[in-house]
Design a protein. Structure first.
Length: 183
């Protein structure tokens, strides 16, 4: 099992190094491939792929390393033990959902490292030009990143306080986010 995971991690790193756009930290997300409502947003490649179930999305986001997580709690636990074993690997950063109380279409953000300690931005995702622009209504930060929202594309307009725990109702921010960042 460990050997298989190591091979997976290596091939994922190779795939990443060829697909990573140089210097790109934001940019309009391309349309998703796949037909489900559970969508993986890869912050490194900017690719969105959708699935029918949380479990399938978690498996894809982790490049096949996590095969049996059915909710954020199970995913956090699986990733924590994965990091203990391997020290690194694909990481779930947080989730944004279309409706309040974590209902509707979900965008699961994945990256190649956990957010660094402190308030510096680790990742940004520009929602403008995608169907998620001005639609987010609830959030679930992972255990390794906080989430900050911006009103307009390219970190424009109002900026939220960091969301450090799940928020089922975004208040003023309901349907107003165009850039999401992970800090
Ligand atoms: Ca909404």
């Amino acid at each position: 099992m460990r050997r298989m995971l190591a091979v997976l991690a290596t091939s994922a790193a190779l795939a990443l190094s060829t697909a990573l756009p140089a210097g790109a930290t934001t940019g309009a997300a391309p349309g998703p491939s796949g037909s489900g409502n559970e969508c993986v947003a890869d912050v490194d490649t900017k690719k969105v792929t959708c699935f029918d179930t949380f479990r399938e999305a978690a498996k894809a986001g982790s490049d096949g390393a996590i095969t049996d997580a059915d909710n954020p709690k199970e995913l956090n636990a699986a990733l924590a033990s994965y990091r203990e074993d391997w020290g690194t690997g694909r990481t779930w950063l947080g989730t944004a959902t279309w409706d309040s109380q974590w209902q509707g279409d979900a965008l699961y953000f994945w990256g190649d490292h956990a957010c660094a300690t402190g308030n510096g931005e680790d990742y940004a995702w520009d929602l403008s030009g995608s169907r998620w622009d001005d639609q987010l209504s609830s959030l679930t930060p992972s255990s390794v990143c906080w989430i900050e929202l911006f009103q307009f594309p390219a970190r424009g307009g109002a900026k939220s306080e960091p969301f450090k725990s799940p928020a089922g109702d975004l208040g003023w921010w309901n349907d107003r986010t165009s850039t999401i960042t992970f800090v």
